[in-house]
Design a protein around this ligand. Structure first.
Ligand code: ADP
Length: 483
């Protein structure tokens, strides 16, 4: 039996304005805090993907020609409906992916902010006029929507990772087909209901659930899909780049991270502790920009660890629906096992557990991991080289600025990096030396709708948010006019 009636009847695909897919068979959506089945959603494949793309392609012909102010109104309306239903959406999010309810509420606001921002940006898609090549020539540059967009999204931010793509795509004049993560389709389906309620025309926004490989392959081989936007693992991102070659698709990727946090001797230690807690343990450490490794300058190493341990000891682990819980369950057993492997490897190579260091597998579908600090770690440990995606943080000591920049940049990832120093000269040099797309200087929560989010190196291609975030959904057309 379902724990909650998440939608009236709509645990279904949303294609061309219709709720479909009952006959396709289904897979279970499980609450990671209790292991109970919350819903069953369709197992779609190539046929349904092609139908959704066709619907988006047909709808594109009229949606792309609407005045941007009209598109803007639809987008804003969806944001308003999200605000009006904040509690409902937040609860669904916590039920299907486990984050504490307070964080889910925060995510609803954050997710809606992308729609609000891009409802405004829709009106600012400017072209250019360039001096002609002769007296009888005029040159114009026109920006137009790229076409049908396929969006593949992850489970860790089930609402915001959709709206960060949906907002700019709709604003630019694109239509979209969304494939949410297997663990979190219900938040996505709710968002579709809100789009329906906002009166967005049929086929402009579509969603389907099912086999990721088959749906991904159907997107990538369909010439009508002109843009693929993906947030998820680096391995799948690389595969999508390969698959995009045959039809030369526009592609944006927001992939894994391995964020360093550097604490210099002249940092405000209290602020640094608060930042480390917020960044590391939000969403149980299952965030691509969360702090994954901490470097502390020798002279403040012990002081920082003592204060950090004290703050971590106050964090409460449990079901995200319960009051006062800071850290929910791990999304699944595979996620838990990865965390455990990182901790065991570090301990076997000489790291000391300051706090935590263990978890609990309650059953096949429910695992919790205690917030964990490891100290005296070294560069050869897995935890210092791979994304942990859990509530574990290793701390390494450093002496000089040059040394720590080398440690921080020595990674194939380049998504986010953080540092704390009150010294502006030092901070400016450090900021300029970090090979990361996002740098938080005395700030460990940098995500916001008006700023460009994205990574360097193997952390991705393109940016989401800010004025940059609409660019990937636009083509440039140059018009040469002879008089
Ligand atoms: P994670 O390991 O965090 O779940 P994934 O990259 O596997 O990250 O998942 C992110 C999104 O990519 C999800 O929507 C998932 O269903 C989808 N996905 C997984 N494998 C593929 C694939 N082969 N092709 C297309 N999408 C995929």
């Amino acid at each position: 039996m379902s724990e909650v009636q998440v939608t009236e009847k709509k645990h279904l695909n949303f294609i061309n304005g219709e709720w479909t897919g009952v006959e396709l068979g289904s897979f279970d959506v499980i609450n990671p805090a209790t292991g109970k089945v919350i819903a069953n959603v369709p197992k779609s494949g190539k046929k349904e993907t092609d139908e959704a793309v066709e619907a988006a392609h047909t709808a594109y012909q009229s949606w792309s020609k609407l005045a941007s102010t009209e598109r803007s109104q639809y987008i804003r309306k969806v944001a308003e409906i999200m605000h009006a239903n904040k509690e409902e959406l937040a609860k669904i999010m916590t039920l299907e992916m486990g984050k504490p309810l307070a964080e889910s509420r925060g995510e609803v606001i954050y997710a809606a902010s992308f729609l609000e921002w891009y409802a405004e940006e829709a009106r600012r898609v400017y072209g250019r006029t360039i001096p002609g090549k002769s007296a009888n020539n005029r040159i114009q540059v026109v920006r137009q929507p790229v076409g049908v967009v396929a969006a593949i999204t992850p489970w860790n931010f089930p609402a915001a990772m959709i709206t960060r793509k949906l907002g700019p795509a709709l604003a630019a004049g694109c239509t979209i087909v969304i494939k949410p993560a297997e663990s979190t389709p219900l938040t996505a389906m709710k968002l579709m209901e809100y789009c329906e309620e906002a009166g967005i025309p049929n086929g402009v926004v579509n969603l389907l659930t099912g086999n990721p490989g088959e749906i991904g392959e159907a997107f990538m081989s369909n010439p009508k899909v002109r843009k693929v936007t993906f947030t998820g693992s680096t391995a799948v991102g690389k595969q999508l780049i390969r698959q995009s070659a045959d039809t030369v698709k526009n592609i944006s990727l927001e992939l894994g991270g391995h964020a360093p946090l550097i604490i210099f001797e002249d940092a405000d230690i209290e602020k640094a502790v608060q930042g480390a807690i917020a960044s590391k343990f939000r969403n149980a450490g299952q965030t691509c920009i969360c702090v994954n490794r901490i470097y502390v300058q020798s002279s403040v190493y012990d002081k920082f660890i003592t204060a950090f341990k004290e703050a971590v000891s106050r964090l409460k682990v449990g079901n995200g629906l319960n009051d006062g819980v800071d850290i929910g369950p791990m999304i699944n057993k595979a996620g838990y096992e990865k965390v455990e492997k990182h901790v065991q490897d570090a301990v076997s190579k000489g790291a000391e557990v300051v706090i935590g260091g263990r978890g609990e597998i309650i059953n096949e579908n429910v695992c919790y991991y205690q917030p964990t600090i490891l100290k005296d770690v070294s560069a050869d440990m897995v935890v210092m080289n791979e994304e942990t995606f859990g509530p574990v943080v290793p701390i390494q000591r450093f002496e000089t600025d040059e040394e720590v920049i080398e440690y921080a940049n020595n990674s194939p990832y380049g998504l986010a990096a953080y540092f704390y120093t009150e010294n502006v000269t030092r901070g400016t040099k450090i900021m300029e030396s970090l090979d990361f797309g996002i740098v938080g200087w005395n700030d460990a929560l940098p995500s916001t709708a008006q700023a460009p989010f994205g990574g360097m190196k193997e952390s991705g291609i393109g940016r989401e948010g800010g004025i940059e975030g609409i660019e990937p959904y636009l083509e440039t057309k140059y018009v040469s006019l002879g008089l």
